[in-house]
Design a protein around this ligand. Structure first.
Ligand code: ZN
Length: 250
């Protein structure tokens, strides 16, 4: 499928759409598929405009032309293919100037982990070291996010965190760029999966100590490292979804 005529291949929007489409495919490979549900959205820093994966397609099939334009202002006329959970993205972009991309999915391990009571995410793995005290909880409702009031409440509970569990629903992960949000979303699902496996063993398990956690955050999650994970992710997506190599280069 080619991009839409209204989205020139060299426009900033098309560059974001390409990153978004690659991010969507990467999320699929990381266990984030749930039919056509879930979204990835992207904006340029400081902009009131963003693009978001349309409502009809899944992460595993999204292409550049499936991303539709949207604005941060809640209640503004929306594209007919904008997903119903658009207010979730509008609320977070409105609350967080530093956020350049948002992932919302119903990935299974994060969903199950978020439903556990009195079990915080701990630094069991590298990913856990990054996310241990960065994932918040939203418990007001487990329903689909259909209104800006719910979106604002989620943004409130996310605070300055990296992610928030939507309890009995899914999770939301943010980043200052598409690569950050996608890499962190992949890491959250893996961190939850690994800790669930440890919990299921019924045995005790060790955790990284505080100095290791600090060192890991400095090195493993530096911008340079995140870029290398993203570059790997792009190559992996190209191998698994050869059609993505035909998408316009940024
Ligand atoms: Zn949802």
């Amino acid at each position: 499928m080619t991009i839409t005529p209204t989205m020139p291949t060299t426009s900033p929007a098309s560059v974001l759409a390409r990153q978004g489409a690659i991010g969507a495919r990467a999320l699929s490979t990381g266990g984030h598929d749930d039919f056509n549900q879930g979204q990835i959205s992207c904006r340029r820093p400081g902009s009131d405009h963003f693009i978001i994966k349309g409502a009809l397609v899944g992460f595993d099939e999204a292409v550049l032309g499936d991303f539709v334009p949207a604005v941060v202002e809640a209640g503004a006329p929306a594209d007919r293919l904008a997903p119903p959970e658009l207010p979730l993205h509008q609320a977070i972009y409105s609350a967080r100037d530093d956020v350049g991309a948002i992932v919302h999915s119903h990935s299974p391990s994060a969903l199950v982990f978020g439903a556990l009571t009195d079990t915080p995410l701990v630094p069991l793995s590298h990913e856990g070291a990054l996310l241990a005290d960065q994932v918040r909880y939203f418990r007001d409702t487990s329903n689909t996010v259909l209104g800006i009031d719910t979106g604002n409440a989620i943004a409130r509970d996310l605070g300055d965190g990296v992610a928030v569990f939507l309890v009995n629903h899914g999770s939301v992960i943010v980043g200052r760029s598409v690569r950050h949000a996608v890499v962190f979303a992949l890491m959250l699902e893996r961190a939850c999966s690994l800790q669930l496996a440890a919990l299921a063993s019924g045995r005790g398990f060790s955790q990284s100590h505080a100095q290791d956690v600090a060192d890991k955050r400095d090195y493993i999650f530096s911008d340079l490292s995140v870029r290398s994970y993203w570059d790997y992710t792009r190559r992996r997506v190209a191998r698994l979804f050869p059609e993505s190599t035909e998408w316009a280069q940024p």
